[in-house]
Design a protein around this ligand. Structure first.
Ligand code: AMP
Ligand code: GLY
Length: 438
């Protein structure tokens, strides 16, 4: 079987590695934006260019006689790559454009939840202009709002009161700025609690959960500094997280399931791919921050590293519409993923600097990301560079492994030493206990 991966970051490296472990030994192909040597060494052929150029990607898939495509990032989903591939009878893991709106339009996602009475919806209002903005901010109250651009803005479209916005005036200025870029925006109630990522495989009918993961968006130790694509993440051997209750997990799963049902009804079509609910556990239960129509990055690295089932077989079942939970097994091990990123990331990263991975001991858990390879040398391109996933019986041992190995990636890079440490996890658990009044 010929399988093509779209995207060339660490998430796609983890997808390629999972496929390579398959008993069916698929031939792997990649369309990426740069040459990721980790993916390159696993592929039969590798195309580089603009991965949102739908016509070119469809051409590559046709030329390579691809049997199945896995789309990694959201941008090609938004451009309708899945639709175009299905139109030439190539099956795709990744929803069509209309269904991908669950990620690409915050207003669509919130309205869908409202219309289908899906729980976990914060108070929100959509704005096409500045009319009524001040009134809604006042209704939510000082320090209690979040302003979000409606469309994809590469992680820069959300500002939170108290963190990035210090007054109604600043909130209104950000709203105007979004309108100035030709977008609309949503204002919603600020939720207080612990965030977690809950990804499910969806074949159009069956919704099969993966282990829950916690990502770390802030650039620096102790959750300081600007937001990033995600500096690292962990999961527990139980497949839950130390601050979550059984009820939280069940509620989040039900929300994901309800969203799939709603999308199916709305578009009379199958949602095939991954639904990734980004949730927050609060004192009043589980709420939805947003949905993504793809694997999380770094979350995919945590879960795919411990996937014990055959990933190519899971993909085939997703297409066939007969996925069962028995077919999706993960090891009962904890994982800690740490990203090394260029100095100055995310605001002013150094670029095109050489890195050296030769000192990393177990390279099978090292995933390369925003890099390109030239003449056997690897250069960091400016975004997140490389991630290491430690796997062990406990989070703290997984953390030690991950910390040691990510330090072995040499270059002008930094990472968060605190991700997965006992101190940080205890803080999360205590904060949640405090909120629940325990
Ligand atoms: P997003 O791009 O939607 O994932 O938002 C980026 C970050 O903003 C999230 O990871 C949250 O930390 C924060 N955020 C988004 N919406 C809310 C909300 N309603 N309440 C509190 N924080 C939020
Ligand atoms: N971990 C954040 C994301 O994939 O969007």
């Amino acid at each position: 079987m010929n399988i093509m991966i779209v995207g060339s970051g660490a998430r796609e490296h983890a997808i390629a590695a999972a496929l390579q472990r398959s008993f069916t030994k698929p031939h792997i192909f990649c369309c990426g934006s740069s040459v990721n040597p980790g993916i390159r060494q696993m592929t039969h052929d590798y195309w580089t260019g603009d991965i949102t150029n739908v016509a070119m990607i469809v051409q590559a898939a046709t030329d390579w006689q691809i049997d199945l495509v896995i789309i990694g990032p959201e941008a090609p989903l938004e451009k309708g790559l899945a639709d175009a591939l299905w139109n030439v009878n190539i099956p795709v893991i990744g929803p069509k454009k209309n269904m991908a709106q669950i990620e690409t339009s915050k207003a669509f996602a919130r309205d869908l939840m409202r219309r289908y009475h899906i729980p976990g919806l914060p108070r929100y209002q959509m704005f096409h202009d500045m009319q009524g903005v001040r009134d809604f901010l006042e209704e939510l109250g000082e320090g209690n709002y979040v302003v979000k651009a409606n469309g994809l803005m590469g992680g820069k479209g959300v500002k939170v009161a108290g963190d990035h916005l210090q007054s109604f005036v600043e909130a209104m200025d950000f709203g105007s700025e979004i309108l100035g870029r030709g977008q609309t925006f949503v204002i919603e109630e600020k939720l207080i609690g612990q965030e977690f990522s809950f990804m499910c495989f969806c074949d159009g009918e069956h919704v099969v959960p993966m282990p829950v993961v916690q990502d770390h968006k802030r650039a620096f130790v102790d959750d300081k500094g600007p937001n990033t694509g995600g500096m690292g993440s962990y999961s527990d051997a139980s497949h839950s997280l130390p601050f979550l209750t059984e009820q939280d997990l069940n509620d989040a799963y039900r929300i994901n399931e309800s969203v799939i049902r709603a999308l199916t009804k709305e578009f009379n079509d199958r949602y095939i791919g991954i639904l990734y609910g980004s949730f927050i556990a609060t004192r009043h239960g589980v709420y939805v921050i947003e949905f993504n129509a793809r694997f999380g990055d770094p979350e995919a690295l945590n879960v795919l590293t411990i996937l014990d089932s055959d990933f190519a077989a899971i993909c085939q079942a997703l297409i066939a519409g007969n996925l069962s939970s028995g077919q999706v097994k993960f090891l009962h091990q904890a994982t800690v993923c740490k990203y090394a990123v260029p100095n100055g990331y995310p605001d002013a990263p150094v670029k095109d600097v050489a890195i050296d991975i030769s000192a990393v001991k177990n390279k099978s858990h090292l995933y390369l990301s925003s890099v390109h390879a030239v003449d056997g040398k690897i250069y960091a391109a400016g975004s997140r560079t490389a991630a290491y996933v430690g796997v062990a019986d406990s989070i703290s041992v997984a953390e030690e492994i991950s910390e040691k190995e990510i330090c072995a990636v040499k270059g002008p890079l930094f990472h968060r030493e605190d991700i997965g440490t006992e101190r940080l996890i205890r803080r999360r658990v205590d904060a949640m206990r405090g909120l629940r009044g325990q």
